[in-house]
Design a protein around this ligand. Sequence first.
Ligand SMILES: *Cc1c(COP(=O)(O)O)cnc(C)c1O
Length: 435
Amino acid sequence: MLYYSTTNRQNTATLEQAVIKGLAADGGLYVPQRLPRLPKAFLRNMSAMTLPELGHAIASFALQGDVPTDVLHEIVFESMDFDIPLVKTAGGNYLLELFHGPTMAFKDVGTRFMSRLLRYYSTRHPEWTTLNVLVPTSGDTGSAVANSFLDMPGVKVYVLYPRGAVGLIQKAQFASLGRNVTAIEVNGSFDDCKILVERAFLDDELNAAMRLTSATSINYARLIPQMIYYFWAYVQLANSGVDTSNLVFAVPCSNLGNLTSGLMAQRMGLPVKRFISVENQNNIFYNYVKTGKFTPKPTQYSIAPALDAGCPNNFGRVMELLGSHENICRHIHAYSYNDDQIIETIQQTYREEGYLLDPHTAVAYRAMKEDVQPGETCVTLATAHPAKLKPLMERIIEYPIAMPRQLSEFLKSERHVLPMKNGFTSFKRLLLSNN
Ligand SMILES: *Cc1c(COP(=O)(O)O)cnc(C)c1O
């Protein structure tokens, strides 16, 4: 199957080319020419499958034989070797906990899948030189990508993060690794980090000297496995006898990758009535839904740092899947909340329902409560473990919270950080001298 660029449909690529490049050369995002619809019988029989079995079946349908089935089996089973439980709060609301992977945020699923797919492609190309993965991060992407590619032969990872703006634990998750991971502390903002990476992809001299790729959600490989857990939520509801005929998902959004995956799952046949997209004060998509105008803005920092995006990368894919502003409004209800509202929601939910929401999940949970109608079943995607922002969470609920072992391990090791000026010349020099 071919993938076309959202900028120009004539520019097509194979799955391998799309995954290796990330962004199309014309600046567009790759979209599959066709997403197959799952047979009705498949939807009925899903309930007997385990999570990785379901994942393998759905990925096989989606990729249409472009990756051999035994290879895909290994990739999926390796990237989904942790639980994704659906929990019910004391208030009777459902949360799908996507944060039980190695770095305790939902991005583990997508980045592990992507890293293993790239590993497969590199075994087919022994002539390849080192692949350099460049990631700007406000916290979660850097740690998920770094941990997914850690010690992978033939790969180097460069994580760029804004000085002073990434949490202690999040930073430890990528800056304590060393080996093939370089953490670059940029004396600038998150937007500056993004711009440095974008310029690198377009720089002829750099591209002639080294192979570069992106591991943010512009890479289609991240979206495939993210579809799977929407189906998994459906399976878990159905298996516990809950009515799934009016199913709604509330999704905390930043670059809209998670939401795009949900829309793809719906396109493949998952019966979803509506999505609720929820942003923090960086409410670019919310404004688009309300006004029909897409206006990126500089990123503002918030207490939900993984939602801080002033220009949502996957907007082009959402447009491509739904076609028009009118249709987007029909499928998606949009919300946006500020820091005070996030704090209020965390405190209230902890007090009244005994569930500790992290700040990212909190925005979606609040919107779910505002938007859900009688007779609907709504699942909120819980995207990060609250302990990832432990000092902040403890200030909010005024109570100490336990640190999972997975996270405390990262804090034990020394940090390896390269400080860098906010300038493309510095970045280029650093990359070339490391090459
Ligand atoms: C990345 C992230 C999001 C946003 O996901 P997008 O796919 O960028 O919209 C939400 N919550 C957490 C915890 C994240 O790390």
